[in-house]
Design a protein around this ligand. Structure first.
Ligand code: PLP
Length: 368
């Protein structure tokens, strides 16, 4: 039965301004050809057998609630990173942890400074809290404009989000510019370093975020098992924060959010670090192959440090995304800004290169 009375439930007004998260589309079935989903920055490798064994074993205790404190996983993360266990807070993906951070710091009237274009969860999470988002445009080479971000901080600012490497454009911030920002931001404003792709970074100028965390109580490092570790479907991420901040983040967590399977799989993944690091190295090598070939074709690309490449094509975004789709590649278009393509299987990379070359050839032909 469809209700006919007008809605009587009073929803929060902020919801009307909140965009719905648009996920990367799944690969559509195509007659006689493989399609590749390179739209969500997922790891193309399936879980390791050792991780799958642990998952099967954990499944036997699904009648029980998980360990609320994620005791074993937090200890494993602390040991892995050489940080105090009191500084580690787990959550349902790093997006979940970001929600905990915003809930702990922001309310109506507060402001959150973040780069734009960047991770699309930022405006959603910020608006849900009732705080005002202050997006700061990227520089023309698709990097954070850290001086402009510092300048946007005022007495209402509670949080500054730094996405390094930046999703969807790829560059990592550099240690010197980040240090300048940290010196300018008041010490009672939390600065979040969202390092979802840190394992893929090879830029020698990238910051040592854990060192910054040790030196500055207002720095929080956010990491995830979704990308390099290949556990996107299990939803587990974490923050490394000053113990007083970490305690606040535990209060704002959804109780029992991280399942036993997720906790156990993450512990097993840390134990299989060497094998997973080899996969990450292979993806980085594939990224370098793709970027070099695209540049040789004539593409102007920002310096990606993540598992994706960004085509800054402006108004041609829908056209380029459609061309890739014709070739069986589901990519992620962003309005009139550009197209993001994940580094996946080499066969997907080959097809990306072919299709990108054709697109350029057509464009050059039509310009003559
Ligand atoms: C993918 C991604 C995350 C991680 O999301 P999870 O919730 O951990 O799956 C966080 N930040 C950025 C910038 C990302 O691209």
């Amino acid at each position: 039965m469809t209700p006919t009375e007008p809605a009587v439930v009073r929803l929060r007004e902020v919801l009307s301004g909140v965009a719905t998260y648009i996920p990367g589309r799944p690969a559509a079935a195509r007659q006689g050809a493989t399609t590749y989903k390179i739209s969500s920055n997922e790891n193309p490798y399936p879980p390791l057998p050792s991780v799958l064994d642990v998952v099967a074993r954990s499944a036997r205790s699904l009648n029980r609630y998980p360990d609320l404190q994620c005791t074993e996983l937090s200890a494993a993360i602390a040991a892995h990173l050489d940080v105090a266990v009191e500084s580690v807070v787990t959550g349902t993906g790093s997006v979940g942890v970001l929600g905990q951070i915003v809930t702990a710091t922001c309310g109506a009237g507060d402001e959150v400074v973040y780069p734009w274009r960047s991770f699309e969860a930022y405006p959603i999470v910020v608006q849900l809290s009732g705080a005002r988002g202050v997006p700061v445009p990227l520089t023309p080479d698709a990097r954070h404009d850290l001086p402009a971000m510092s300048a946007a901080v005022n007495e209402r600012t509670r949080l500054v989000l730094v996405c390094t490497p930046n999703n969807p454009t790829g560059p990592a911030v550099h240690a010197d510019e980040l240090n300048r920002l940290l010196k300018q931001v008041p010490s009672d404003v939390l600065v979040v370093l969202d390092e979802a792709y840190v394992e893929f970074v090879r830029d020698p100028q990238a910051p040592d975020s854990l060192e910054l965390h040790r030196r500055r109580p207002n720095v929080v490092v956010l990491r995830t098992f979704s990308k390099a570790y290949g556990l996107a479907g299990l939803r587990v991420g974490y923050a490394v924060a000053h113990p007083s901040v970490a305690e606040a983040l535990r209060k704002t967590a959804v109780p029992f959010g991280v399942s036993t399977i997720a906790q156990d799989a993450a512990v097993a993944s840390l134990a299989a670090g060497q094998q997973l690091a080899e996969r990450v190295d292979a993806l980085v090598a594939e990224r370098e192959r793709i970027v070099a070939a695209l540049r040789a074709q004539g593409w102007q690309l920002p310096q990606t440090q993540a598992n994706f490449v960004w085509f800054p094509v402006g108004d041609a975004t829908p056209e380029l995304a459609a061309a890739f789709e014709q070739a069986g590649l589901i990519v992620r278009p962003y309005g009139a800004d550009g197209v993001r393509a994940t580094i996946g299987e080499p066969a997907a990379g080959d097809r990306l290169l072919e299709s990108a070359a054709e697109f350029l050839a057509h464009r050059r032909a039509s310009e003559q």
